[in-house]
Design a binder for this molecule. Sequence first.
Ligand SMILES: Cc1cc2nc3c(=O)[nH]c(=O)nc-3n(C[C@H](O)[C@H](O)[C@H](O)COP(=O)(O)O)c2cc1C
Length: 191
Amino acid sequence: MKKVILLNGSPRVNGNTNYLLEECKKSIEENGVDAEIVQLAGKNVHSCIECLKCAELKRCVFNDDGINDIIEKLKTADGFIIGAPVYYGTARGDIMSAIQRIGYVSARSGLNYLQHKVGGPITVGRRGGHTATIQEMLMFYFINEMIVPGSNYWNIAFGREIGAVQEDKEGIETIKRFGRNVAQLINKLKD
Ligand SMILES: Cc1cc2nc3c(=O)[nH]c(=O)nc-3n(C[C@H](O)[C@H](O)[C@H](O)COP(=O)(O)O)c2cc1C
């Protein structure tokens, strides 16, 4: 079964980012692809220290924060979607620490498990910084030879308090359409 991993970079497991990822997951599943949301919440995520140990270990040297478990899931997945809240006009720090390590292990180990995976970033914030956040996360996708389909708007939504994003109907529709496009592309590419 084809599968997409959706990584929630919010510390709030039931927050707005997770709501969007749940909607995206449903849309992916409706289009015949399996999907699983993985949480960063509760993990004390290390940042990359460029020790280059990943070249020999084929995993990250930090083995106590769950990032290696995510890497293992990614090795067999067909898609990878990252969701993160906007913090000070950028993606929340932990998600960038996580994807920098995920990307470096992929490249330096020679395993290149990210290559040709389908996916893209999703972000939610109260008021501003969404497009800069999307662009920041896109850098990870393109340098890792990943394939990013669009939607009929950028993958952004608005809300502050937990649950507030549910009122952003257009944002939710954009994310659902993105999920559909991810699944349809995977179905075409991996048949
Ligand atoms: C430290 C911090 C910085 C934030 N900076 C921004 C910001 O620059 N722009 C914005 O629109 N929202 C900002 N927010 C609001 C969050 O993006 C918003 O509450 C979002 O819904 C959180 O998503 P979550 O429920 O998935 O955690 C910030 C929140 C925090 C805690």
